[in-house]
Every structure is written in structure tokens, then in C-alpha cells.
Design a protein around this ligand. Sequence first.
Ligand code: ADP
Length: 236
Amino acid sequence: MPLIEVKDLKKTYRIGDVDVPALRGVSFSVEPGEFVAIMGPSGSGKSTLMNIIGCLDRPTSGKYMLDGHDASKLSDAQRAGVRNRKIGFVFQSFNLLPKMTALKNTMLPMMYSGERGNKKLALQALESVGLGKRTHHTPMQLSGGEQQRVAIARALVNDPPVMFGDEPTGNLDTTTGEEIMAIFQSLNNAGKTVIIVTHEPDIAQHCKRILRFRDGLLESDEAVKDQLVATPKRAT
Ligand code: ADP
């Protein structure tokens, strides 16, 4: 059973009297354990697609199955629940709460799940991204790469079947971006499904499959030949 399956997905935004088609009929599926890059020029529909498959928004029409459930028909509250259990999000701008320590930031998704206050799981997640010694630092006391690693720990803490990265290396220099890709690759090697949006061909080359979008349509869907293996992260 695919983890993600979209069929003839369409999304049209209405601005005043004008319909803006952002997705014009997109179909593909992602099996458990895949590592997918989503690419395409600005305006091609990548964010719209990520918002829908990330359960942040609803399609205008078409079908979206997530882990065997029809996510296109869920209420807002149901979508929020599915999002919290099934998906770990990592954003370009990290989105950490500035006054909270790495540990507290990592524990945030547990506030909404049954694991409220399970410090041990949060510490394990931080250790798995090499931040076991930075748990009491606030974001200001961490480098960009470390902040993104906290964001990855936060995304992992509820052990969701799929991780979504929206330009996760977009604010980082090449070396640090490589470290972040090393973490995604090790998660993927351990069986986690990973889907990232990226503009950078070098970053996409670290994935196993590239979906290219143009004008709201899936233009190509190819396996990556000669996948780049990221060098392991620096010791912390
Ligand atoms: P990308 O992420 O590839 O840059 P988007 O999904 O953001 O593409 O945009 C696809 C199209 O939908 C663009 O024409 C964009 O202007 C339009 N669009 C995206 N979001 C909205 C919105 N909230 N309201 C109206 N139009 C939107």
C-alpha cells in the first residue's frame, strides 16, 4: 500500500473574480521508505502540493490518500490530528520558538499527542541528530545548522511515518546543507519516508527520486542515478 497517493489532484485559488489554477490534475504515489525531491520553477505549484499532502490545505478536487486514509475528506480538526501523528515538518526558516531550549522545542509536538512531557523521547531525538550536548541551548545560542537539527528532532519526536522538508537547506551554506542531507539520508536508510522541496539540483541529487513540476502539472518523475552520499555530520 502506498504511503501517499494522489489522483487527479486539482487546486484552484479564487482571487476576486479570477480563478488561479495552482494544480491542474496531478497523480503520483510514494511508497514507504522512498526519498523524494520535489522540484520546479517558482509558481509551478510545489507549495500548493506540499500544503495539501502535508494536510494544511484541502484540494479543490481529486483524491489524496495518506497511509490508507482518505485525507481529502477530513475536517480541519481531523486534518490537524493526522498532521500531528503522520507528518514531521522541517521548514527553511527552522521555525523554532526563540525563548525555548532545544529540548523544549523538541517536546512541542508532544503537547498535542499522547506523549506529553516525555523528556526521554525528546532527548533521544536530539541525540539522533547529534545534539545530545546542546539540549539546554536556546536557538540564539545555536548555529543555523544546529537550529535545523533541532527542527529535525522536533519533526521526529512523534515518530511520524513521513518527514516533509520545505527547502530545508535553503538558508544554509553548502557544508551545513550537506550535514542536513546526511541526517535525512541516515533517517531514510533507517526506513523513514522523506519528501523535500528544493531548488538546488545538488540537494535533489541526494534523494532517490525527483518529481518535477511545471505550470501545475507533474512534468517528470525519475529515479536519481548516481545518488550523492552526504558526508557524515561534524562531531559536536
Ligand atoms: P511554487 O511553490 O512552485 O512557487 P505555488 O504553489 O506557490 O508554487 O503557486 C502556484 C500558483 O498558485 C501560482 O500561480 C501562485 O501565484 C498561485 N497561488 C499560490 N498560493 C495562492 C494563494 N493563497 N492565493 C492565490 N493564488 C495562489
